[in-house]
Ligand binder design. Structure first.
Ligand SMILES: [Zn+2]
Length: 284
């Protein structure tokens, strides 16, 4: 599933490709992608004649701002957008096509069919699902250490499931949560109430650094990426711990372990990220 950096890359790319284009009509081949309104005819009627003003992001959701509407789009597992000429063949799994007046088309392709689209009046999107209950935006200036510490509170929840919960902090998924916890030297199963202030500070910084670096990596690859198929979506970043089971930790050389935390495959270095800080003192 794309996480904040991938969605941010798609946002930037879409913003370059479709801003200023006017929608001539919308074709919907798979109505279940539409969550609001659910009727393809109404979706088409509302969007026709509107021009794309800009593309923004909230968590893992794209916000496509038009003259009088906001289209909120979630790619979920396999969603992809691509810009094509109208005469190019339509590929399999293309579910929604935004036809522009300049003869190009934004096509939404989704093999798994889990993606969603919601249409709102401007501003209304923040008062209703799916954006209503979203948590802190980690690359915003408002994501200060104080705001993060307040959100953490004194819960007995394990830190990894907390970070994956979009109601607390948005945009972090299974890959970047493992990366950030490794950078901060915090075991994924540590209870929040056991974290020292210094550890919370390290974690706050690690979240920002991890996501920013991944956004930069994605940003620098936009050009070649789009020129390939005219399609944008996931790509691989340099990962330090995720997917590296049984390989050596870049920091200490210890072997990277994999376990299941909160039902999710979890990669960590038991030496850099000890579960119980006290045990180190007992042993020595
Ligand atoms: Zn290590």
């Amino acid at each position: 599933m794309p996480e904040l950096p991938e969605v941010e890359t798609v946002r930037r790319t879409l913003n370059q490709l479709i801003t200023g284009k006017e929608i001539a009509r919308v074709t919907v081949h798979l109505p279940r992608i539409l969550q609001r309104p659910r009727e393809a005819e109404l979706f088409d009627a509302v969007l026709t004649g509107q021009t794309v003003r800009t593309v923004e992001r909230r968590g893992k959701f794209l916000r496509i701002l038009l003259d009088q509407s906001v289209l909120v789009s979630h790619l979920r597992m396999e969603g992809r957008y691509g810009l094509y000429r109208a005469d190019e063949p339509i590929e399999k799994h293309t579910h929604v096509i935004f036809h522009f007046t300049d003869g190009t088309e934004l096509r939404y392709k989704d093999v798994r069919q889990f993606g969603t689209m919601h249409l709102f009046d401007p501003g209304e999107e923040f008062t209703l699902p799916p954006l209503m209950k979203l948590g802190l935006e980690p690359l915003d200036e408002a994501f200060t250490f104080e705001s993060f510490e307040a959100k953490l509170g004194k819960r007995s929840t394990k830190i990894k499931p907390f970070l994956l919960n979009q109601e607390y902090v948005v945009g972090i998924g299974n890959i970047y949560v493992d990366e950030a916890l490794h950078m901060a030297g915090i075991h994924p199963e540590r209870e929040i109430q056991s974290l020292k202030k210094e550890e919370k500070r390290r974690l706050h910084e690690a979240i920002v650094v991890t996501l920013s670096e991944a956004v930069e990596a994605g940003g620098s690859s936009i050009k070649s990426y789009v020129n390939g198929q005219g399609e944008m979506g996931m790509f691989q970043h340099q990962l330090k711990v995720y997917g590296r089971k049984a390989e050596a930790c870049h920091r200490c050389g210890h072997v990277i372990e994999k376990s299941v935390v909160g039902g999710r495959g979890t990669h960590y270095c038991a030496k850099c990220q000890p579960l119980k800080a006290k045990r180190l003192h007992k042993d020595t």
